[in-house]
Design a protein around this ligand. Structure first.
Ligand SMILES: NC(=O)C1=CN([C@@H]2O[C@H](COP(=O)(O)OP(=O)(O)OC[C@H]3O[C@@H](n4cnc5c(N)ncnc54)[C@H](O)[C@@H]3O)[C@@H](O)[C@H]2O)C=CC1
Length: 481
């Protein structure tokens, strides 16, 4: 089977594939470094063209009956699910993630988002407010053109999560995937057209940070939704502020996973695996600071080290591979530097280590302290840091002792404690006795430096719409003169 994944053209503007006129973008398969596609970035003019196409398409799209917009999203979801095998393969080539993951976690999650918001379409109404003889009403209106900017870990899911609530509200979108993973968004654009979406409603531009920056400040853009790191989030938020644009920021984390001594140990170990090693650890909400109660620490670590032996690194297209390569050499270098810093700081390496080439095995540090960089910095790789604790109040304070606030997890059989601890944790997305499940029905997002706004669930609609208030006078008008 050929590994070429060359698309018809690099960009998708106004319903058509359009070749980029900017710099070259080589797309590589993380497993062997082979080039699977060569794209061209969008120029600033092409970004402007995409935004102008989205602007031009927006009034007619917003004027369509909501249920009709919903129907198009639902049709797109059905096409995605029919083509899931082929799309999962492309996602694996684009990201290097194992096919056993991309078959279930990427496009299917994107399709669920389209289905969810399709179902919500007809319910997105304003309010009637009685005011005695007079009354007022609100109209929930679209914002206009919404720019989406994605990270490389879940490229197609991110494109769908940003497109679905925006489009169902009658906004139009220009999406820029990460330069590392540009292919899935082009498929989504094609599928939308196939599902009956009018040209210009969903557009794709490609490029590195500078293209993203041009998109954020385009005069036609009313809202920016970014999934990326905190430093990029700061830059994008600041640039968006100049035009008073709305923002959603889905940024990084260093989330705590707290395991009390009464937890079901086997489940807690499973959760720690999901919270640290799925997608080779390249997940924003990962619970990378695993706080273990002193009483169970060594049992937990021994069991985890045992379970990790079942890891199978290899060709991501092999259905038996359950741990893929890191997205690129620069990211692998960063992860290895973080591992080296953990060893140098005196943490105990329970398992894993440097690995070879693009592969870094599941790596577990124990006996770490809160101030070590392996406990403070987002590594975005398969590196777990275990910290021990004895007391509930102590662990809450330490879990909150970070600028990040994306996610948190608690394992305990004590229901009262579970809810008390979760209430005290500074995190936007939390789990009790499980980890990293992000169904579309549940709001997803962070607090503190991890972001603003929420994706998924009806809560996302708030971030892709604005209210117009209309006071209706039913009698005469009293004026002072
Ligand atoms: N909270 C969430 O939902 C998620 C957050 N992330 C976070 O993303 C990061 C990893 O992804 P990366 O792609 O390395 O992040 P990144 O911050 O380097 O890039 C994210 C996107 O922003 C673009 N970009 C870079 N500079 C820009 C600028 N000045 N203006 C506009 N756009 C710009 C990039 O081209 C890319 O498309 C991690 O910190 C991770 O935690 C990843 C997935 C989910």
């Amino acid at each position: 089977m050929s590994l070429s994944a060359q698309p018809a053209a690099s960009l998708f503007i106004d319903g058509k594939p359009v070749e980029g006129q900017g710099d070259t973008l080589d797309v590589r398969y993380a497993f062997d470094g082979s080039t699977i596609a060569t794209l061209r970035e969008a120029t600033t003019d092409q970004v402007a063209q995409a935004c102008a196409a989205a602007r031009a398409a927006q009034p007619a799209w917003a004027a369509m009956a909501p249920v009709e917009r919903g129907r198009i999203l639902a049709r797109a979801a059905a096409i995605i699910l029919e083509r899931n095998d082929e799309l999962a393969r492309l996602e694996t080539l684009d990201t290097g993630k194992p096919i056993q993951e991309t078959l279930v976690a990427d496009w299917p999650s994107g399709a669920a988002s389209l289905e969810y918001f399709a179902g919500l379409a007809a319910t997105l109404t304003g309010q009637m407010i009685p005011l005695g003889a007079d009354w007022a009403y609100t109209r929930r209106e679209p914002l206009g053109v919404c720019a989406g900017i994605g990270a490389w870990n879940y490229p197609s899911q991110i494109a769908c999560w940003k497109a679905a609530p925006a489009l169902v509200m009658g906004n139009t979108t220009v999406f820029k995937p990460s330069e590392e993973t540009p292919l899935g968004a082009l498929k989504l654009a094609e599928i939308f057209i196939q599902a009956g979406m009018p040209p210009g409603v969903f557009n794709v531009v490609q490029g590195r940070g500078a293209v993203g920056a041009a998109l954020v400040t385009d005069p036609n853009v009313a809202k920016v939704s970014l999934t990326g790191s905190v430093p990029t989030g700061r830059r994008v938020y600041a640039a968006a502020a100049e035009g008073m644009r709305h923002v959603t920021m889905e940024l990084g984390g260093k989330s705590p996973l707290i395991v009390f001594d009464d937890a079901n140990l086997e489940d807690a170990v499973s959760a720690a695996i999901l919270a640290n090693f799925y997608s080779a650890g390249q997940i924003c909400s990962n619970g990378t600071r695993v706080f273990l109660h002193e009483g169970i620490k060594e049992d937990f670590l021994a069991r985890l080290a045992e379970r990790v032996k079942a890891v199978r690194m290899g060709d991501p297209l092999d259905p038996d591979t359950n741990h893929g390569p890191i997205i690129n050499a620069a990211q692998a270098d960063k992860i290895r530097a973080a591992i080296r810093a953990g060893v140098d700081a005196g943490a105990r390496l329970v398992c894993g280590g440097m690995g070879e080439g693009p592969f870094i095995p599941p790596t577990v540090f124990a006996d770490a302290t809160d101030d070590m960089t392996i406990a403070t910095d987002e590594i975005f790789g398969p590196v777990m840091t275990a910290l021990s604790f004895v007391d509930e109040a102590e662990v809450i304070g330490r879990a909150n002792g970070t600028g990040f606030g994306l996610a948190a997890g608690v394992f305990t059989q004590d229901l009262t404690r579970a809810h008390r601890v979760i209430a005290a944790l500074e995190a936007g997305t939390c789990w009790i006795n499980t980890y990293n499940l992000t169904p579309v029905e549940m709001p997803f997002g962070g607090v503190k430096l991890s972001g603003l706004g929420r994706e998924n669930s009806a809560a996302a609609i708030e971030h892709y719409s604005q209210l117009k208030s209309v006071y209706v006078g039913m009698g005469g008008v009293d004026a002072p003169y």
